[in-house]
Design a protein around this ligand. Structure first.
Ligand code: NAD
Length: 429
């Protein structure tokens, strides 16, 4: 992984940290400790390729902070990964686990490779090779990896199997994101989207708005978006627009139905990448409009659930005056420059690392269930998820009220303060 990239996500994660550290008056020792990762492991993974040659892949595990509990975070396989991206993501996991009040710290890992060019056998060797390098520094009581960009449940099972072969026992809690029936948790698929709506439900309640009197527009129609829409519909809300990427046309479209989209109908014409069949949608009566139309809809609620950097200083101007809630399902959908404008417009923002923390919360549940080797019913998972998300929402909301700061600032303040306190209580700083 190279250190040099035009945009350095680690510098912006550190800038965000510095700003919050000033807001909460964080003292010198804690500030210095939390500004960068506690530990970094950089290694090379040799793989005997199918053609008999050997390729060496650079691999990483970065542990930002584990004062609140073992580190948690994904392992990505990506050809353009940089060590600074992994550092930023590890730091971000620390804040996300802290805001959700999970007894976990933050970590992230990666391998520079392109899985598209690797056979299943080569991918298996890469997973096993990663674990051979990292095994003494990860595990159920140290650091629990999970799937991330271009890694999946199968990769986690190969990694777990290698870890168990090395350690000589069964440790299903060493990795999460495993298939249901092989140590995975029920409800993980729904968890992120449902979590978005649990927090939205509470925001509406606080603002005295009845969900059944609201409409929403959603960017994306993948895992997060579909489950968010499912639960929002159950609360009585009406989604009038969804947008998604069209693989064939290499552009995004918005699908509008003013009397409300039919989730089952749309799902039936959507591929597993979250792409809607344009021709079928048209024949079902949807208006097919340009990709950014989702943002300018006259609705009460916007749910970006696709990509980062969608609401910028420019595009924020497209948002209709009626919009009063923004629930960030995606990671980083709002550029920092757009935040003050959203505030002026009076939009209640549920920031990404609070709104989409349902995913990591359910991964934590998977870890707990795996460690107990006892698995919960689906209804148990959802009710526990609701409790965690609701209490995370109120912890952030109450702080934002008390300190008269935005929800995003409050979420950062709460998270950083919790981690700093754990470091202090342990006597580290
Ligand atoms: P996904 O791959 O299942 O779906 C992505 C959706 O976005 C697809 O419908 C795709 O067509 C659409 N899309 C892509 N480019 C678009 C564009 N330019 N305009 C409109 N739509 C576009 O992904 P997902 O798992 O639903 O994740 C969505 C976001 O949520 C990402 O930012 C991800 O990091 C974040 N997130 C996901 C989880 C999770 O558990 N899946 C957890 C936390 C955060």
């Amino acid at each position: 992984m190279s250190n040099d990239s035009a945009f350095n996500p680690y510098s912006s994660a550190q800038a965000e940290f510095d700003r919050t550290a000033d807001l909460i008056g964080l003292d010198g020792g804690a500030r210095q400790l939390l500004r960068s990762p506690l530990r970094e492991y950089h290694f090379n993974i040799p793989v005997k390729m199918d053609d008999g040659s050997v390729q060496v892949f650079p691999g990483y595990r970065i542990q930002h902070n584990d004062a609140r509990g073992p580190c948690k975070g994904g392992v990505r396989f990506h050809p353009q990964e940089t060590v600074n991206t992994v550092r930023a993501l590890a730091m971000w996991m620390t804040w996300k686990c802290a805001v959700a009040d999970l007894p976990l710290g933050g970590g992230k890992g990666g391998v520079i490779c392109d899985p598209h060019n690797l056979s299943p056998r080569e991918q298996e060797l890469l997973c096993r090779g990663w674990v051979r390098q990292a095994s003494s520094n990860v595990g159920p009581v140290r650091d629990i990896p999970a799937p991330d960009v271009m890694t999946n449940a199968q990769h986690m099972l190969w990694m777990l199997d290698e870890y168990e072969a090395i350690t000589g026992g069964r440790y299903p809690g060493a990795f999460t994101g495993k298939p249901v029936g092989m140590g995975g948790s029920l409800g993980r698929t729904e968890a992120t989207g449902y979590g978005v709506i649990y927090t939205l439900r509470e925001a509406l309640k606080e603002m005295d708005v009845k969900p059944e009197q609201t409409t929403a527009s959603v960017q994306g129609f993948g895992n997060v978006a579909q489950h968010a829409i499912e639960l929002y519909h159950r609360l009585g809300g009406k989604v009038v627009c969804v947008s998604c990427w069209d693989q064939q046309d290499e552009t995004a479209y918005s699908y509008v139905k003013s009397d409300g989209v039919d989730l089952q109908e749309l799902r039936s014409i959507t591929d597993h990448f979250g792409g809607i069949d344009k021709a079928k949608a048209t024949s079902l009566g949807y208006q097919v409009l340009p990709g950014d139309v989702w943002l300018s809809q006259e609705v009460d609620i916007l749910i970006p659930a696709a990509l980062e950097n969608q609401i910028t200083a420019e595009s924020v101007q497209l948002i209709h005056d009626r919009v009063k809630f923004l629930a960030e399902g995606a990671n980083g959908p709002t550029a920092p420059e757009a935040d003050p404008i959203l505030r002026e417009k009076g939009v209640f923002v549920i920031p990404d690392f609070l709104a989409n923390a349902g995913g990591v919360t359910c991964s934590y549940f998977e870890q707990v269930q795996s460690n107990m080797n006892y698995f919960w019913e689906l209804s148990d998972v959802f009710s526990r998820l609701d409790v965690k998300m609701t209490s995370a929402f109120y912890a952030v909301y109450n702080l934002s009220q008390k300190r008269e700061v935005s929800m995003r600032d409050a979420a950062y303040m709460l998270a950083i303060d919790r981690v700093a306190m754990s470091c202090r209580d342990r006597g580290w700083v």
